[in-house]
Structure formats: structure tokens, C-alpha cells
Design a protein around this ligand. Sequence first.
Ligand code: HEM
Length: 275
Amino acid sequence: MGILKKITGFFINVFVLAWDFGLFIINILTPSLKPGHVVPAHAAGHHLTWPEYVPPKGDDSRSACPMLNALANHGILPHDGKNISFKELNTAVRQTFNFAPSFCFFVPKFSADFLNRSYWTGRFDLAELSLHNAIEHDASLTRQDAALVPDQGKPDLKLVDDLLKEATAKMPDGSPLLTIPDLSRALSKRRKDARKTNQAYSENLFHNIFGSSNSSTMLTIFGGRITDLTPMLTEERFSEQWEPRVLSRFGLTMAKFNGTVLPVEWGAKSKTAEH
Ligand code: HEM
């Protein structure tokens, strides 16, 4: 990478972190959105109605990310999952999931960088996001490791079932709820199992943090609700009347998200140490 690119990258990251922290503060100072009104007007999913779900077929491109695949399955991103611009990804993730604009820029920009493309003009197919050890890593909760199952575009239903069964809490109506300790336990078991079954297994702190971050969206954006996570993780489909459970006016910032990711990762590490 050229020195100029490195310097620009550094300043972009500093700017994004400052922007994110600013939004974190503004979210504290401004009233939250009302349940039922989280997805903005003119965006798919406004008024809790999602475009029709059509499962992938033929050579449709899908990634290791259940939530991005769901965007394509509902036609919010192109249904074939191909030729998507990074800017389009930013908008779709912001409007659909109520992540803060700082996050919605940061992750697609990170993806453009690891694919060696421009964030501003570049395009990608969903499957390209599954580049091993970029964001995609071993010991995922919804996919077998890439060395064992090279097509990362489909969920492993046994792994998903194991994860959903970890939920120990209950919603007021009695439906199951996934908690921080549940997720830490699931991650720790999965890492232990993947180390045993995959000879090419690789793991470092970076991969672990990605693992905890990806899966912590289940606790934040999905509020841990198993009734919504079940269709999302098994069919990559939004449940009827779904909406993001984060009500912050400017979306879920990275600063706030870390309040879930770090305890999840800490818990997973401590549980692994116990074994
Ligand atoms: C902003 C663009 C995004 C990109 C580029 C992206 C990319 C990825 C990738 C490459 C993986 C595979 C990681 C692994 O190996 O486990 C992944 C997994 C995942 N992502 Fe995303 N993602 C994005 C947005 C989101 C959003 C908005 C959500 C939630 C609302 C989300 C939730 C998840 C979940 C739950 C997993 C599965 C984790 C697992 O199987 O352990 N992602 N994502």
C-alpha cells in the first residue's frame, strides 16, 4: 500500500471515530424513535412491511453474512447479489438496521479496502465479502469453517440450531431471549469445537473481535429475540413486522455497540479459559 493511501486511511479512521463519538453523544441528548417508526419513510420496511422474500436460486451470489443475504433475498439489495456499490450497501444497512452512519460507512469502506477497490466508485458481489480472514473468520456461529465448506453463502442449520438453543432468558410473553452470557458461551463452544475439527483453523484477537461483533448484532439490532432470529438465521428472511430494536435517533454507534461486543468477547475468553 502506498504511503499516501496509508496516511489518508489513518485520517479517515480518526474522522470516523470522532464522528461516531459525536453521534453517540447526540443520541443521548435527543429523544429516541418510537417503536413502529424506526425504518425511515421511503425505505423498504417502513411501517413494518418488508418486500417479498424470494430465496436465492441458480447462480445468485450470497455471503457469509446472514443479514446482507436477507437484504438480497427481500430485493433491498439486488436479488442476484451482484454488482452492488459500496455506497448502496451503506444506505441499505443504515435504513434497514438502524446502524449509525459512521458504522455504515466504516464497514463498507473496510470491505472496499480488503477487496482493493474504491469505496466511492467500486462494486462487488456478495460472495466476495467472504474473503477468508478479512471479515470472514473461522468458528462462526452460522457457518462451518471455510476450509471445510468453501461455499460460505448458506447457513449451516445444525450450527444455527445449536446457537438458538443457547437462549436462557424469556420475553414478557414467554418467548426465548438470547443474552450476553448465552452468546459468550456459544462462541466459546464453537471456537473449541472448530479448533478440534478444522486442521487449518486460525484464530487471533482480530478474528475473535470480528466474531463477537458480528454476533452481537443479534443482541442489539435483534434485541436477542429468538422468534426474529430464527427466520433470519435459518432462511435469511425478515420476520413479519420486524424492525430494528435499536431506537436511537442516529442509529447504533460503534461506541455504544462496544458496550455489548466487549462483554461478549470477555465472557467468551473467560469461558474458554475454564475448559
Ligand atoms: C455493513 C456491511 C456488512 C458487511 C461487509 C458484513 C460482512 C460480514 C461477513 C464477511 C461475515 C462473516 C463472518 C464470519 O465468518 O462469521 C458476517 C457475519 C455476520 N454478520 Fe455481517 N456484515 C455487514 C453488516 C451486518 C449487519 C448490518 C448485521 C446485523 C444487523 C450483520 C450481522 C452479521 C451476523 C449475525 C453474522 C454471522 C456471524 C456468525 O456466523 O458467527 N452484518 N458479516
